[in-house]
Write a protein that binds this ligand. Structure first.
Ligand SMILES: C[S@@+](CC[C@H](N)C(=O)[O-])C[C@H]1O[C@@H](n2cnc3c(N)ncnc32)[C@H](O)[C@@H]1O
Length: 224
C-alpha cells in the first residue's frame, strides 16, 4: 500500500460521502453532546478566535460561536459539507481545504481544533500539518485534539472504502515533543461514553495542549 495515496483516495469520493452518511447526525447535535465544548467549559477556557480543521459542515463551530461568543473559521475537504454549512451557518467562515495547507496569516487563532480528523490524514502530511497548525496558532493559544488513543500506533482498514486506513496513534505527540506545548487536559473515553474506554481499539481522548513560549526554555535552570 502506498501510504501517500490516502489523501488522494479520500478526496476523490469519501470526503463528500462521509458527509452524506453523517449529516443527519449533525442535525441533532447539541452543545451538551459535544465533548470538546464540555471540556473547554470545564477547564474554564474562553476561545475567541477558533479554527476547526476537518470541520465538516461547521456544526460544532456554530455551537462554539453561541456558547463562547467566539469568531469561528473552518476548513474541510468536502465541498458538499462546506456548501451546506455556508447556507446553514452564514456567520461561520467556512472554506474547502486540507490540514496540510492553511490559508491564514501567522498567529491568527487562539484555539485550533482537530476533531477526529488526523486519523484520516495522509501519513506524509503529518509534519506539514503540525507546522501549519503551529504557524496559525497564537502564543498562549490552545490546541485541541480529539481522536483515537491506542496504546501503540496501528492502522485498521477503513470500512467504507477499500485502500483507505484509519491510522490510530497519540496525535498530541505531533506537538508535545516541543517544550512550547504542554498538556493541560487529557480526557479518555470511548464512542459509547466512559463505558468501553479500557478496550484498546475503542479508546479515544480529547487532549488539550497550551502553547506558551515563555516557559519553554528556562535559562540556566541549574545555575544556583
Ligand atoms: C470523522 S469526520 C469528523 C468531523 C468533525 N470534526 C467532528 O468532530 O464531528 C472527519 C472530517 O475530517 C475531514 N478530513 C479528512 N481528511 C482531511 C484532511 N486531510 N484535512 C482536513 N480535513 C480532513 C473529513 O472530510 C471529515 O469531515
Amino acid at each position: 500500500m502506498n501510504e501517500s495515496g490516502q489523501k488522494k483516495i479520500f478526496l476523490k469520493s469519501e470526503a463528500d460521502q462521509w458527509f452524506d452518511r453523517n449529516k443527519e447526525l449533525y442535525d441533532s447535535q447539541e452543545e451538551k453532546d459535544d465533548r470538546i465544548i464540555q471540556i473547554l467549559k470545564s477547564i474554564e477556557l474562553l476561545p475567541q478566535k477558533v479554527l476547526e480543521i476537518g470541520c465538516s459542515n461547521g456544526n460544532r463551530l456554530a455551537l462554539i460561536r453561541t456558547v463562547f461568543q467566539a469568531e469561528c473559521w473552518g476548513i474541510d475537504p468536502s465541498s458538499k459539507a462546506i456548501s451546506e454549512g455556508k447556507k446553514r451557518f452564514p456567520e461561520i467562515a467556512l472554506q474547502v481545504g486540507t490540514a496540510d495547507i492553511l490559508s491564514f496569516q501567522d498567529a491568527t487563532f487562539d484555539t485550533i481544533i482537530f476533531g477526529f480528523c488526523l486519523y484520516l490524514c495522509d501519513r506524509k502530511d503529518l509534519f506539514k500539518i503540525a507546522y501549519e497548525a503551529d504557524r496559525c496558532l497564537k502564543n498562549e493559544g490552545t490546541l485541541i485534539i480529539q481522536d483515537f488513543l491506542p496504546t501503540f500506533p496501528y492502522k485498521n482498514k477503513y470500512s467504507h472504502l477499500s485502500g483507505l486506513y484509519s491510522y490510530k496513534m497519540d496525535y498530541s505527540k505531533m506537538f508535545s515533543w516541543n517544550p512550547v506545548y504542554s498538556e493541560v487536559a487529557n480526557i479518555v473515553y470511548s464512542h459509547s461514553g466512559f463505558k468501553d474506554r479500557d478496550i484498546p481499539n475503542e479508546k479515544i481522548a480529547t487532549i488539550v495542549l497550551r502553547k506558551n513560549r515563555q516557559y519553554a526554555y528556562p535559562e540556566e535552570p541549574y545555575n544556583f
